[in-house]
Design a binder for this molecule. Structure first.
Ligand SMILES: Cc1cc2nc3c(=O)[nH]c(=O)nc-3n(C[C@H](O)[C@H](O)[C@H](O)COP(=O)(O)OP(=O)(O)OC[C@H]3O[C@@H](n4cnc5c(N)ncnc54)[C@H](O)[C@@H]3O)c2cc1C
Ligand SMILES: NC(=O)c1ccc[n+]([C@@H]2O[C@H](COP(=O)([O-])OP(=O)(O)OC[C@H]3O[C@@H](n4cnc5c(N)ncnc54)[C@H](OP(=O)(O)O)[C@@H]3O)[C@@H](O)[C@H]2O)c1
Length: 640
């Protein structure tokens, strides 16, 4: 049990006597702060005590709201975890019961089990904030990108979180006659909440956040939460600063403010931290972030570090016995940040160095302003469908690292060095009998934008050998938490380079169907590209996929070419008629309605590509809800 002594420690109060401001008040009026190097001006006894320490601060309430905030986050996490466990158990049950059945025999899983589920999916889980727009960026011009809108569910979570933060700041002693005492209460509350928010803020910023896999919430959603918690934390720290400054100005004028900022370590560090956080806010709006992403990122990290260091100095230099009670939280921030960075270093060191040497990459320029990158990792790395990695290349801004989906991978085995795909009956993860995996090659398709990706493309194109070979580093693999193995019917939409994400599922699911480890009996791939020439990007991988056993029964491919430079050639690319090339954009609604007519078991629709395509597919999937069959939706997107 927690005793009264423990409570006082937690509240940052050394002795029960000094919970009464008057006692402290007398102390402060006569004793200059230890950190002051100049004489403290004579203070007004009804104002001065309220500009420092915990005088007037309602610490029990601050701790109460801190606890409520933790419980809100923890409770939300627990609810999501329970739902996640339920989903996993349901998917496992579906997989085990359907993996040996033909597509038409999976009717039990095709029909919805709960009457309320379709409307929940349509109105909340898959719903955009308003009518249709979610991931299509709001662009004022080609250069000014205002970002995207959250989904309805994300908006609900954000509103609860932000609304509760604001509400907690208003639970004050409004009967308090002394407005400076009220300011002190506001200062304590806002400062406490700001530091509390910094902890989830730092957890959600990390790509190695264990909650991504545990709760099956994408890094993209955590990034959204990170941005909003950051805004809230800055807002609160500004309120904290203003509430202090009002009292300080009343007590000793602006000269007193300046004096404290310059000579008082407690106030000086706090002020520098506030300025750093304010600059982060000014530099973070979407147009700035998108236009100068790398500069934004580096400045953001440096300023965040300054803000955290200053918060720590601020907490330890307070004239409160043992420092402010937020010290352990600030330490937790450093530990969490350090652990995340350390995890990145470990991943990098592990994947790219072994007794077989270092990672090298072959970069081939491709038509349609893209590169095909094949990385030869010196050790075996297990890869799952839907995973991505962060890449670095020697000589090409090596301090930058960018995420790319793993389009293809092959393991080499000892004693045989034959790549896995030539062993048609094996799954990707299993070693053939009598062998062990020794190394892995991973392939990516990288579209050239204006920064690092353009430089990579230009270097590959100017290489006299037609391809570039250079030292590189692979950090990952990350994500891959969506398994489609339990679905009888899988529909994959890809826009241009979005094919990388979808391709990784196809071989896995066809092999799974052949080995009876997946329930999938029908896969439809819809790939939308600007020109025919980009088919070259995945030509070697598609050749292998088209040769897999049962491929013709399982896989349908529809390639839509929206802006061909030359006239459209033959529109049926395979003798079986299962690979088609069509002009223009697809009619997503009609296409999905046809898939639903032919649905085998439970169906999942996945999309990866431009935001507009994602929004169209999302809208069409919502339209399919209520038709009596199970249709799930998974969007792979990223909105930095
Ligand atoms: C999980 C994931 C997987 C991806 N997979 C692929 C893929 O397989 N193939 C592919 O071509 N692209 C993929 N992308 C997009 C790719 O990461 C960006 O296009 C690339 O980082 C842009 O680099 P750049 O310097 O040329 O960008 P710029 O020309 O400077 O900017 C272009 C756009 O990319 C964004 N961007 C810039 N730097 C980064 C960064 N470090 N991380 C994320 N976005 C950034 C900017 O906000 C801007 O909107 C993926 C993105 C994510 C998040
Ligand atoms: N794992 C991931 O998160 C991941 C992986 C790979 C790529 N990506 C992202 O995917 C995006 C792909 O961009 P890109 O530059 O490669 O593609 P792009 O060149 O912009 O074009 C994609 C194709 O999609 C079509 N298209 C666009 N909107 C559509 C819609 N609403 N309905 C139907 N077709 C539509 C375009 O048709 P028009 O010619 O008519 O415009 C074009 O043919 C990038 O944002 C990239 O970051 C993400």
């Amino acid at each position: 049990m927690r005793g009264p002594r423990m409570d006082h420690l937690r509240l940052g109060i050394a002795d029960p006597d000094i919970t009464f401001p008057d006692v402290l008040l007398n102390q402060r009026d006569t004793t200059p702060s230890v950190t002051n190097t100049q004489a403290v001006p004579i203070s007004n006894p009804t104002i001065a005590p309220y500009n420092t320490g915990l005088n007037g601060v309602n610490q029990p309430n601050n701790m109460l709201f801190t606890d409520i905030l933790w419980w809100t986050l923890g409770g939300l996490g627990m609810i999501i975890l329970v739902v996640r466990i339920g989903q996993l158990a349901w998917a496992k049950l579906r997989l085990v019961s359907a993996m040996n059945l033909k597509g038409r025999q999976q009717n039990f899983w095709k029909i919805r089990q709960w009457s309320w589920m379709p409307s929940l999916k349509r109105s909340l889980i898959y719903a955009p904030l308003w009518k249709k727009r979610h991931n299509r960026e709001i662009q004022l011009s080609s250069a000014v990108n205002m970002g995207t809108l959250p989904s309805r569910l994300q908006a609900v979570v954000l509103s609860v979180y932000l609304g509760s933060n604001i509400a907690y700041m208003f639970v004050l002693d409004w009967q308090q006659k002394n407005k400076y005492a009220l300011c002190a209460e506001i200062r304590g509350r806002s400062g406490t909440l700001s530091v509390v928010n910094m902890i989830p803020l730092i957890i959600f910023a990390g790509r190695n956040n264990p909650l991504i896999g545990l709760l099956n919430i994408s890094f993209d959603t955590y990034n959204l939460l990170h941005r909003w918690m950051g805004r809230m934390s800055v807002f609160e720290v500004l309120v904290h600063f203003i509430a202090w400054a009002v009292v300080q100005v009343a007590d000793d004028g602006w000269e007193g403010v300046k004096h404290k900022i310059v000579y008082d370590r407690f106030i000086g560090s706090g002020t520098v931290g506030v300025v750093a956080m304010f600059v982060i806010l000014v530099l973070s709006p979407s147009p700035v972030r998108h236009a100068f992403y790398e500069s934004f990122l580096n400045t953001h990290i440096i300023l965040a570090l300054v803000a955290f260091i200053c918060t720590w100095i601020h907490c330890v230099s307070a004239t409160v016995h043992g420092g402010l009670p937020q010290i352990p939280w600030v330490l937790a921030i450093f530990v969490l940040w350090g652990a995340e960075r350390f995890a990145r270093v470990i991943r990098l060191a592990y994947a790219n160095r072994s007794s077989r040497g270092y990672t090298t990459a072959t970069v081939e320029p491709m038509p349609g302003d893209a590169c095909r990158v094949t990385m030869h990792l010196p050790r075996h790395i297990a890869v799952k469908p839907g995973q991505h990695a962060y890449l670095r290349f020697a000589g090409l801004q090596p301090w930058e690292n960018h995420p790319f989906s793993i389009a293809w991978f092959e393991h080499k085995y000892s004693p045989s060095t034959l790549p896995l795909y030539s062993r048609s009956s094996s799954t990707e993860e299993k070693s053939p009998p009598g062998t062990k995996p020794i190394s892995t090659t991973v392939s990516f398709i990288i579209g050239a934008h204006t920064g690092f990706t353009r430089q990579l493309y230009n270097s590959a194109r100017s290489s006299p050998l037609g391809a570039l070979t250079l030292r590189a580093a692979f950090e990952g693999p990350y994500a891959g938490h969506h398994s489609f193995d339990s679905y009888g019917h899988v529909v994959l939409f890809a826009g241009a380079t979005g094919i990388t994400h979808q391709l990784s599922y196809i071989r896995h699911l066809i092999n799974g169907c052949n080995n009876r480890t997946a329930a999938t009996r029908r896969i439809t791939l819809v790939w939308i590209v600007r020109d025919h020439e980009v088919l070259e990007w995945i030509h070697p991988y598609m050749e292998q996929i088209l040769c897999l056993p049962s491929r013709q029964e399982i896989l349908r491919i529809k390639i839509f070419v929206t802006r061909p430079k030359t006239a459209m050639s033959l529109n049926v690319l395979s003798t079986s008629g299962t690979v088609q090339k069509l002009p223009g954009r697809p009619n997503v609604v009609t296409l999905l309605a046809k898939e639903q007519d032919e649905q085998m078991g439970a169906m999942v629709v996945s999309v990866c590509g431009p935001g507009g395509l994602g929004d169209d597919v999302r809208g069409a999937v919502r339209g399919l809800q209520g038709q009596g069959t199970v249709v799930d939706f998974v969007e792979e997107s990223f909105t930095w």
